[in-house]
Design a protein around this ligand. Structure first.
Ligand code: PLP
Length: 404
């Protein structure tokens, strides 16, 4: 089969396949919605007016470019050169807003006034509710009941922003279940509703579209690294991976530079083989989840295995098709980080640099403990979000380790 690459960097064909992964496995009722979305995305993604509106909002509203910060004490501690990409400083506290802004602008151009979204940790819910307030659109957020309870501050923010939170009581009441409900809603309201997906998952064109809207991260990294070090290319780029959007954004402009090693940190939970894990790339087998063919944590007869991670944003039994492909093709190294390793890394960053990272981002930082980097290496770590939403977890877990 001829492969056609409509994206300048992603290894994706016109049907949304990354090698064997991706595609669009959707019910018939959503077919025209997805076709219209594909058309709108390809029409506007290179449209100067669209791009200008998107980039103006990124700079004036989100606060971009976010800093690339040379973390000197952390570098000294680990004997290498560490640069932190500070997505935690984005408006609303994580990278998710980059994508939410891009998609809401598309929704407006498509004349859709009702926005729905799923959320795990609540960051994507907050980002979506935020852009809906900004644009004056109705907003409904699906969230697993377990996550509603453990991410209280974000639930309150979503409500204050004027969105409706729908707690989902099915399954183990986390991100997968919220996504199922959002898809169900979309099927019932195909005409007026735009579904803003928060990660590089879902049917084509979502994974490609989300990666593109997040690619601003690596575009800035190249420019900032050049200004600060004279080198445009780091030796390593490290990111955590739930569905894969912050990693896709941090990797995007380096995908074709084979000298830049890409490291993705997925959540091992209590350990990859503990039965309480969300290490999808290591534990998953090929299957279909939420509209795309990818690696899925499932039983031999195709039942989803419930994932576990201390981090609500990484607690997902699938992974974006791009990352399944990057892992299987060897372009990215994948490592699994346990809850305890992430907590330790969060503490190290906090005490050495005065930055409290999101629990998700702490999984990327833990790679510094797992691997020895050279003294001349340049290691860029994407700090996908800030830790405010995780304070409850940090306080309870860290005081117990201090007493021990
Ligand atoms: C949602 C989230 C993640 C995980 O999602 P990806 O799509 O894999 O990036 C990571 N970090 C933070 C701070 C998040 O909010």
């Amino acid at each position: 089969m001829e492969t056609y690459t409509p994206d300048p960097f992603l290894p994706v064909d016109e049907n949304g396949y990354y090698g064997p992964y991706g595609g669009a496995y959707i019910p018939e009722i959503l077919h025209s919605n997805v076709e219209n979305l594909k058309k709108a995305f390809s029409r506007y993604i290179d449209d100067p007016e669209f791009i200008k509106e998107y980039e103006d909002l990124l700079s004036q509203y989100v606060g971009r470019p976010t800093p690339l910060y040379h973390a000197k004490r952390l570098s000294e501690h680990y004997g290498t050169n560490i640069y932190l990409k500070r997505e935690d400083l984005c408006h609303t506290g994580a990278h998710k807003i980059n994508n939410a802004i891009g998609q809401v602008l598309l929704a407006k151009r498509m004349g859709k006034n009702r926005i729905i979204a799923e959320t795990g940790a609540g960051q994507h819910g907050v980002a979506t509710a935020t852009v809906c307030a900004l644009m004056g659109l109705e907003c409904i957020i699906y969230m697993g009941a377990t996550d509603v309870a453990r991410q209280r501050p974000n639930v309150e923010r979503i409500k204050m922003l004027g969105a409706k939170v729908v707690p989902v009581e099915s399954g183990n009441k986390t991100l997968k279940d919220a996504t199922n409900e959002a898809i169900r809603d979309w099927c019932c309201n195909p005409a007026d509703t735009f579904y803003i997906i928060g990660s590089t998952v879902g049917p084509h064109p979502y994974p490609q579209m989300v990666a593109r809207f997040q690619s601003v991260i690596s575009r800035e990294i190249r420019k900032q690294l050049k200004e600060q070090t004279g080198r445009e290319m780091p030796d390593y780029v490290v990111a955590c991976i739930g569905g894969g959007s912050n990693a896709a954004g941090a990797f995007y402009h380096f995908l074709k530079d084979d000298n830049v090693r890409l490291i993705a940190a997925e959540a091992a939970g209590l350990g990859v083989d503990s039965g309480e894990s969300a290490a999808t790339i290591q534990l998953g087998t090929e299957g279909i989840i939420h509209g795309s063919r990818t690696l899925v944590m499932q039983t031999p007869d195709g039942q989803i295995v419930e994932p576990y991670s201390i981090s609500a944003g990484l607690d997902y039994p699938g992974v974006g098709p791009l990352h399944a492909y990057l892992a299987k093709s060897g372009r990215a190294d994948v490592t699994a980080v346990t809850d305890d390793e992430a907590l330790k890394a969060a503490n190290t960053l906090t005490r050495l640099e005065g930055i409290i990272p999101a629990l998700e981002s702490a999984h990327a930082l833990a790679v510094l403990d797992q691997r020895k980097f050279g003294k001349d290496d340049i290691v860029v770590i994407n700090v996908s979000g800030r830790g405010d939403k995780d304070m409850q977890t940090y306080l309870s877990r860290m005081s117990s380790t201090e007493e021990a």
